[in-house]
Design a protein around this ligand. Structure first.
Ligand SMILES: [Zn+2]
Length: 136
């Protein structure tokens, strides 16, 4: 089982996102008055803090796009989504039986709530998620 993991992470090898992030920000000259933006939270922080991080992943995290990283452990909130089902007229589909698939794997099933929403679904590293709906 350990061996299967090696291909994904290549040991401690970092993904392109982390490597590029690190090479970009670790080479910046000190900019004491500059600020950087965390795209996820909308919070600004001192730009120089980026340079204090030892990995591209930490920088990406600070900038709010670490979710796009491919090399680190799956954060629990990653791809944690809730779907809202509506019909073609835009009407919310409450009480509809649904099934959420990531590829061929069923990751959740149930009945939509009064707002037509599914439960929160953690789809791991899936890039594409499908929803099957049972006819009413
Ligand atoms: Zn990464």
């Amino acid at each position: 089982m350990e061996q299967q993991k090696q291909d994904e992470t290549g040991g401690k090898e970092e993904c392109l996102l982390c490597r590029i992030t690190y090479s970009v920000y670790s080479n910046f000259p000190p900019m004491p008055s500059a600020m950087a933006l965390n795209a996820e939270t909308g919070e600004w922080f001192p730009f120089d803090r980026l340079k204090s991080y030892s990995s591209g992943y930490e920088m990406a995290e600070a900038l709010g796009y670490a979710w796009a990283c491919d090399c680190r452990g799956r954060a629990p909130k990653r791809f944690n989504e809730q779907f809202e089902l509506r019909d073609f007229t835009g009407k919310r589909q409450a009480g509809v039986r649904y099934r959420v698939r990531a590829g061929s794997r069923v990751v959740a099933k149930g009945v939509t709530d009064a707002q037509g929403r599914t439960q929160r679904v953690s789809t791991g590293d899936a890039k594409q998620v499908f929803i099957d709906v049972a006819g009413s």
